[in-house]
Design a protein around this ligand. Structure first.
Ligand SMILES: [Ca+2]
Length: 288
């Protein structure tokens, strides 16, 4: 992981004790990737090298040597790095969407934005993105035109009876991946509301299927994270803590504090197919 923008800022403050250092700092900020951060209310911020980390949930941008606003990720509509032909409609259908300069798009989750060396803004500026298949891509910004932070309608909070694939704010949990990050940091005792849909296949047997509550055959998997629960059930983990069941529950109290991961209760994952789609609501406010 790259270090945070904060680390870079502290580094600059440390050296910016004299005029030459200040000049250096100003020259330093003028380096880096040009970007326009467009908020959902239409506000545009033009600056350089915005820094983002999924677990922090905010975008920090440098507008000038002195001006460094922070915005919550849910306020951000998209970040434009230039060079991509976009129609404005391609943001639909994914929590995050990458529009490459060649016009192709990749749906998934933005993990991180920032320089490879946070203290060196002449170093490569990277866009780190996890595809919906769970593959992590580290891209040079020169390849990337725009990153959408999810459908605009995600902010309206209009509820649907079940989470649908590609529904704004929905988290994709592929059956062939043990854990995916939700981007949420939860507090012990906090109650989250879940809406989960989808059906997965747990082996090469087309009849070996599971819904969020687990295998329709009610079989178990001895080597699964929760061997006493049904195989294929939706499960969760906080940080490196013990896995716990989510299943088809709509309301679950968090047993610990930390980053929340979702996964599939299975032992052999690479013969699985399909995905669950999960929308998590927190205090009545939809989170991504
Ligand atoms: Ca399996």
């Amino acid at each position: 992981m790259l270090n945070s923008w904060r680390a870079w800022s502290i580094g600059v403050l440390t050296v910016a004790v004299g005029a030459p250092a200040l000049v250096a700092a100003q020259q330093n900020w003028q380096q880096g990737a040009q970007a326009t951060v467009v908020l959902r209310d239409g506000t545009r911020h033009e600056g350089r090298s915005p820094v983002y980390r999924l677990d922090k949930g905010e975008v920090v941008m440098r507008l000038s040597a002195a001006d460094e606003p922070r915005v919550r990720a849910e306020q951000v509509h998209y970040i434009d790095f230039g060079g991509a032909q976009t129609t404005g409609s391609e943001q639909r259908g994914a929590p995050h969407l990458l529009v490459m300069r060649d016009g192709s798009t990749v749906a998934g989750r933005l993990v991180e934005l920032g320089h490879r060396e946070p203290s060196d803004r002449s170093s490569e500026y990277l866009v780190i993105f996890q595809t919906q298949q769970g593959e992590e891509r580290r891209l040079n910004v020169n390849q990337v035109g725009r990153v959408y932070f999810g459908d605009v309608q995600a902010t309206t909070g209009v509820g649907a009876p079940g989470a649908q694939p590609g529904e704004p704010g929905s988290i994709t949990v592929p059956a062939n991946q043990q854990w995916v990050t939700t981007g949420l940091t939860v507090r012990r005792g906090e109650t989250l509301n879940f809406r989960t849909t989808g059906e997965v296949q747990l082996s090469n047997d087309p009849n070996d299927r599971a819904r969020p509550a687990g295998a329709m055959s009610q079989r178990r998997a001895a080597g699964a994270p929760l061997p006493n629960d049904f195989a294929g059930a939706l499960i969760a983990r906080i940080g490196n803590g013990q896995p716990f069941a989510i299943g088809d529950q709509t309301s679950v109290q968090m047993p610990a504090s930390g980053p929340l991961y979702l996964g599939i209760n299975d032992d052999v994952l690479n013969d699985n197919q399909g995905q669950f789609n999960v929308v998590i609501n927190r205090s009545g406010v939809r989170q991504r």
